[in-house]
Design a protein around this ligand. Structure first.
Ligand code: GRG
Length: 297
């Protein structure tokens, strides 16, 4: 499959996820309307919806009902968007541009951006706990528990803490890998595993998807570091070069561009091999691993 064809497929899924988000996010009405307006601004500013794509494609492997998978996909995108909104705040990365638009604290104000992030985080759990997501309370609990683990102190938020502390310090490659696995990898892994949880997958299948997500998540982050170094503001929709400017520990800073590119390729190939136990139903996940290292934004 060509890159262009894959991007078309990603766009079709993007539209379905956005329709679901449209249904699930509160309308910008009432006394707290400004909060909902900011949440919607952040969510509908754009974005590849790559994590929702992974969730829906993984769910297809186990014949999960598409609407249920879309609800989980929407919850994941709410979490991802919250992380971007908070990451852009002046107390963190202090960014003015995200997804090609002014960041939420620039468009609204800082307090509204904090609250919009908080409410996006919370609504994700509301969606997962809703019986419409799965009729089996055990599965709903497992989806919720695993998401909490993936994005809390031992996952994404912990990774962000380590990242902030690492600015201007010398970090070894092992430290960067661990930090990225928590900060970026844990939510990507959740996206790949949630469908397996919903579809009562075997332990073997769950492990295969975990291994796929592990390697693909690292490849995704290395590609992100390369784009941060080489991309331009128009294509990226955010300010490039910020990581290097604040002395952040990145794969590119440690390995150099060429080695980082080769490492990303090797990880993408390895990710694809982990899918060997699945038939052609996993072809789009295989393409996704190629997409992460070839993407332009
Ligand atoms: C909890 C504040 C807080 C932060 C958590 C995930 C994260 C840490 C911060 C987000 C900032 C960032 C640059 C993270 C690296 C992961 C990454 C590459 C994010 C961008 O994801 P894409 O490329 O973005 O999927 P779109 O806009 O396409 O959704």
């Amino acid at each position: 499959m060509s890159q262009a064809l894959f991007e078309n497929t990603l766009n079709v899924m993007r539209k379905k996820v956005e329709d679901k988000l449209e249904q699930l996010l509160p309308n910008a009405e009432g006394p707290e309307g400004r909060l909902f307006q900011a949440m919607r601004y952040a969510v509908f500013a754009g974005g590849k919806r790559f994590r929702p794509f992974l969730a829906c494609e993984s769910a297809k492997l186990f014949d999960v009902q598409p609407d249920a998978a879309l609800r989980v996909a929407a919850a994941i995108e709410c979490i991802h968007t919250y992380s971007l909104v908070h990451d852009d705040l002046p107390c963190m990365d202090d960014d003015d541009l995200r997804r090609g638009l002014p960041t939420v604290h620039r468009k609204f104000d800082e307090a509204t951006a904090v609250l919009a992030g908080d409410a996006l985080l919370t609504i994700a759990f509301e969606i997962l706990a809703d019986p419409d997501t799965h009729q089996d309370p055990y599965i709903r609990n497992e989806l919720t528990r695993r998401l909490a683990l993936a994005v809390g102190g031992h996952g994404m938020v912990g990774g962000q803490m380590i990242d902030l502390l690492s600015e201007g310090t010398d970090v070894e490659i092992g430290g960067i890998i661990r930090m990225q696995q928590l900060k970026t990898g844990a939510l990507i892994a959740y996206a790949c595993e949630a469908g397996a949880v919903m579809g009562h997958a075997s332990t073997e299948a769950l492990h295969a998807l975990h291994a796929y997500a592990h390697d693909m998540g690292l490849a995704f982050q290395i590609a992100d570091d390369l784009l941060d170094q080489e991309g331009d503001v128009e294509t990226l929709g955010k300010t490039p070069g910020k990581d290097a400017n604040v002395g952040k520990a990145t794969f590119v800073a440690i390995m150099g561009v060429e080695k980082a590119r080769n490492q990303a390729r090797m990880l993408a190939d390895q990710a694809i091999q982990h899918l060997d136990l699945f038939d052609e139903k996993a072809d789009l996940l295989r393409e996704a691993a190629r997409f992460v290292i070839n993407r332009r934004h």
